[in-house]
Design a protein around this ligand. Structure first.
Ligand code: PMP
Length: 451
């Protein structure tokens, strides 16, 4: 990715403040290899992508937890941050902090340039038409609520349908339920097939001229499923429906091209893609963005205010009331720069190979059942272990320094599809290795031996 050359940016991304102290190299771990040799080493052409190089950039991966080197397999909840992001934040606060868009002084202008450079970088990362299609938000949840409140209130009415696949995260279900109640529209679940993929025939049947919106994940956080978004969007557009894509889980794993996908809206959270929490973005297709209505009022989103008549700034600023998360945008910019410094296709191949390795290795653990078997998936491995509650599994693994998530993963309907209320989930990222998978599997096997 090319970062726009704006004043102040270079200084912030290469700060003059001291870099965070370097962390000690990770102790070597003797991994018990009871599973086939990792496919990762052969599947990735030498030099195309090195998870080890990525790991070197991420300080927290080198800490210990409960006396063991950390194995971070909770990437679907949040990703760890490379030093480039940490340094960009320190650099911004150490040398360039200012509010933006107002104030005619040098630092306000520099901060504004940085903020707008972030917008341009997000647009380019998503393959969007231009920076004016991007609004900054707190994250995916806020982006979807924004669309529900701004677009939904203006465009939904009694008898309209919002189609929502059963695999969606709660943040792509509940905002639609709230606005549907207000507008007397209906939220219609789109069923899944046995593998956890969208039931295409059922989807085609549910679409009609009543459908105003299809809200769909680009990748599921619990099943890993990558739905056929492009095909679904094309079908929805035949009925003049809009398509919102929840990209929270996809952005760190798959190259995104919103125009190719046919997304009218695309939402993501920075923290799932190596950037800080509290910053995310909403893309809206230019015509859709231009027609957006205010959803929160305040500073920055107006042109002029009087008690007789208030006029508004054009989108996307219209959607950004109040002081934004400026340092978050700086961190996001650094994270995008870091992620796109890798060959994305090589990262996809590496993650696919690592996932295949993990699936094979985990399937050999007695009593372990993996949930979700769609042909297209990201590296999310949700599982149950016979004889153990998911919370107890996560707790056991934590004692070995291995972080996985247990619970309903904010996707209760997706788990209910499998008759479950709770499961454990190991979610991989580009900096995970087959040795870490080996540690997960060895710990799970040890747990089974205790029962
Ligand atoms: N959608 C999906 C698919 C997710 O995985 C998540 C986070 N787990 C969200 C939406 C919500 O993201 P955030 O909490 O960052 O707003």
């Amino acid at each position: 990715m090319t970062i726009p050359d704006v004043q102040g940016l270079g200084r912030v991304l290469a700060p003059s403040v001291p870099a965070p102290q370097s962390v000690p190299a990770p102790p070597s771990v003797a991994a018990p290899l009871s599973v086939p040799a990792p496919p990762a080493a052969t599947a990735t052409p030498p030099g195309a992508f090195s998870p080890e190089a990525a790991r070197q950039d991420v300080p927290v991966l080198h800490r210990t937890v409960n006396g063991h080197p950390l194995v971070w397999l909770d990437n679907a909840a949040t990703t760890q941050k490379p030093r480039q992001v940490i340094e960009a934040l320190a650099g911004y606060y150490g040398t360039a902090n200012s509010n933006i868009h107002r104030g005619a002084h040098t630092m306000a202008r520099e901060a504004t340039d940085l903020y707008e450079a972030g917008r341009a970088a997000v647009a380019s990362f998503l393959g969007a038409e231009g920076p004016e299609t991007i609004a900054f938000v707190r994250g995916t949840t806020e982006a979807i609520n924004l669309v529900a409140q701004s677009w939904g209130r203006a465009n939904l009415g009694p008898g309209d349908d919002i189609l929502v696949p059963v695999l969606e995260h709660h943040s792509d279900i509940v905002p639609w339920q709230l606005i549907a109640k207000e507008t007397r529209a209906r939220v219609v679940p789109v069923p899944l097939d046995g593998t956890g993929q969208i039931d295409r025939a059922a989807y085609a049947d549910l679409l009609s001229y009543r459908t105003r919106l299809v809200a769909i994940s680009h990748a599921s956080n619990v099943l890993g499923t990558v739905p056929p978004v492009k095909e679904m969007a094309a079908l929805a557009h035949r009925y003049d429906a809009k398509v919102l894509v929840d990209g929270a889980q996809a952005v760190a794993h798959l190259p995104v091209d919103v125009q190719d996908l046919g997304a009218d809206f695309y939402a993501f959270s920075g923290h799932k893609l190596f950037a800080p929490t509290g910053i995310g973005a909403l893309y809206a297709r230019p015509e859709v963005m231009a027609a957006m209505k205010p959803w929160q009022g305040g500073g920055n989103m107006i042109e002029s205010v009087s008690f007789d008549r208030t006029t508004f700034a054009p989108p996307p600023h219209l959607l950004e009331a109040g002081t934004g998360h400026i340092s978050g945008v700086v961190g996001l910019l650094a994270a995008l720069d870091w992620l796109t410094s890798f060959d994305r296709d090589a990262v996809v191949s590496y993650e696919n190979a690592l996932m295949a390795y993990a699936e094979q290795a985990m399937a050999g653990v007695p009593g372990l059942s993996l949930i979700g078997a769609a042909a297209e998936r990201i590296a999310v491995l949700t599982f149950t272990l016979a004889g153990h509650e998911p919370a107890a599994v996560a707790d056991w693994l934590d004692r070995d320094g291995i972080a996985v998530r247990s619970g309903h993963h904010c996707a209760q309907p997706a788990l209910a599809h499998y008759g479950l209320e709770s499961a454990a989930r190991a979610s991989l990222s580009l900096y995970n290795t087959s040795e870490e998978v080996d540690r997960l599997v060895a710990s799970l096997r040890a747990l089974q031996r205790t029962s």
